[in-house]
Design a protein around this ligand. Structure first.
Ligand code: HEC
Ligand code: HEC
Length: 390
């Protein structure tokens, strides 16, 4: 490189970073949007059916847990945007809601939101996998929402408690069959009143598919409302693509639904290293509503979005593995993460963009009662733990 052009190459970006001049960008806003490829699939309005109504009650009913004290909603509560607002969930035997929850068995990972899981599997510009087989969980080990729902029901620390694993289906089926209201609800949803674990997870998944949230400032901007995004969020959107975040976080819910190592190292309750899907790789988390679902990462170890961005700043440029600053952690870091180049000003702008992905107008209704007569949401404190009861 010529000396002058080298000088220009060095000085211009620095000046631009200071003055926020437009030369800072190498792509246009439209190119950024094209690369993000975020249009949601045209799935039509979420179906309202008897199965959805049944699934909603099952989602809230602690009858599905060993000690009748934990429901799906215990850890996926509308007050916390259908996560639980803590680093690691307290399941079987715990009491309270969100950060106030204590005691009982502690789960190894952070509870992701179930909002927009209907769109799991869809990648940029609607490539990817059909939602029926979409990889779910931090390590992508479940295929689709029905299979996923079997996970907590059969895991001792989450809901199973002391029911022997081989007896989960027969125990839960017998419990539900003993409640006439459930027999009637299963008959309405499925045509006859046979109660099976397959039908339970099918109804729960149908309910989850109604939990969408697609009206963020970002969506309104994409739909043509130029005022919907602040200047910082607009700059952040372009920088998000330019610095390389969108190499993994793109598509309708900002995930490629693949697993990568980005240097977040944690231990399970039993002391072993959590190697995720292998070699410390975890599934790229969707980013819709991310500002509402702190703390972050598979172990909830990063408290704020700023902490996440600083983590990326630290790992970028690292030659190989991570690890407490020494660059020699136990697992490799994906090249796409090491190549991120976050400059001055990017942190504020990208954070503003991430905050513009929030769509808080989701369905936050809490059933006032569930057919078992147990408290909706389980042992989380009175009245379903706040929110809109109906
Ligand atoms: C004790 C807390 C707890 C309970 C109860 C619980 N979950 Fe979860 N949920 C979690 C945690 C933690 C994860 C992440 C686990 C992992 O990835 O290994 C998770 C993951 C999920 C996911 C995957 C989301 C994604 O993007 O991959 C869905 C969907 C989900 N849960 C739905 C449910 C349903 C349905 C129920 C009830 C049948 C339920 N959960 C009960 C804590 C809980
Ligand atoms: C190599 C693919 C890759 C790249 C590039 C990447 N991410 Fe991630 N991102 C991930 C993975 C994988 C995780 C989860 C890691 C874990 O939990 O161990 C994650 C986690 C996150 C989270 C936490 C979400 C949550 O719910 O916990 C945020 C926010 C985030 N990334 C934003 C960004 C931003 C901003 C950039 C660009 C500066 C970026 N990512 C670049 C793959 C990537």
């Amino acid at each position: 490189m010529q000396r002058t052009s080298l000088l220009v190459a060095l000085v211009c970006p620095a000046l631009c970073a200071l003055t926020a001049c437009d030369n800072r960008f190498s792509i246009t806003e439209q190119q950024a949007l094209d690369q993000l490829g975020t249009q949601p699939p045209d799935t039509g309005p979420a179906a309202v059916s008897d199965a959805v109504g049944l699934g909603r009650l099952l989602f809230w009913d602690p009858i599905l847990s060993g000690d009748r004290d934990v429901a799906c909603a215990t850890c996926h509560h509308p007050t916390f945007a259908y996560g639980d607002g803590v680093a690691r969930s307290h399941g079987h035997g715990g009491a309270g809601l969100g950060p106030a929850r204590a005691g009982g068995a502690v789960v190894d990972r952070n509870a992701p939101t179930v909002l927009n899981t209907r769109f799991a599997g869809f990648t940029a510009n609607l490539g990817g996998e059909p939602p029926e087989t979409a990889p779910l969980f931090w390590d992508a080990r479940a295929d689709g929402l029905e299979e996923q729902a079997l996970g907590p029901l059969t895991t001792a620390t989450e809901m199973r408690g002391d029911i022997p694993e081989a007896d989960v289906a027969s125990t839960l089926e017998a419990r539900l069959a003993a409640i006439p209201a459930y027999r009637a609800l299963f008959a309405a949803a499925f045509g006859d009143d046979a109660i099976s674990l397959d039908r339970v997870v099918s109804a729960i998944a149908d309910f989850e598919r109604t939990l969408t949230a697609l009206d963020s400032p970002f969506d309104r901007f994409v739909a043509g409302d130029q005022q919907a995004l602040s200047d910082a969020a607009r700059r952040g959107m372009r920088r998000f693509v330019e610095v390389g975040c969108a190499r993994c976080h793109s598509g309708p819910v900002f995930s490629d639904f693949r697993t990568h190592g980005i240097g977040v190292v944690s231990r399970r309750a039993d002391g072993t290293l959590d190697d995720g899907a292998g070699n410390g790789a975890f599934r790229t988390p969707p980013l819709r509503n991310v500002a509402l679902t702190a703390p972050y990462m598979h172990d909830g170890s990063l408290a704020t979005l700023r902490d996440v961005l600083q983590h990326y700043q630290q790992i970028s440029g690292r030659g190989g593995n991570n690890g407490g600053g020494a660059g020699n952690g136990p697992f490799p870091i994906a090249q796409e993460a090491r190549q991120l180049r976050l400059g001055r000003g990017d942190l504020d702008d990208i954070e503003a963009f991430l905050r513009a992905l929030s769509s808080p107008g989701f369905d936050a209704r809490i059933p006032s009662d569930v057919p078992s007569g147990l408290p909706p949401g389980g042992d989380i404190g009175g009245g379903g733990g706040g929110g809109v009861a109906q």
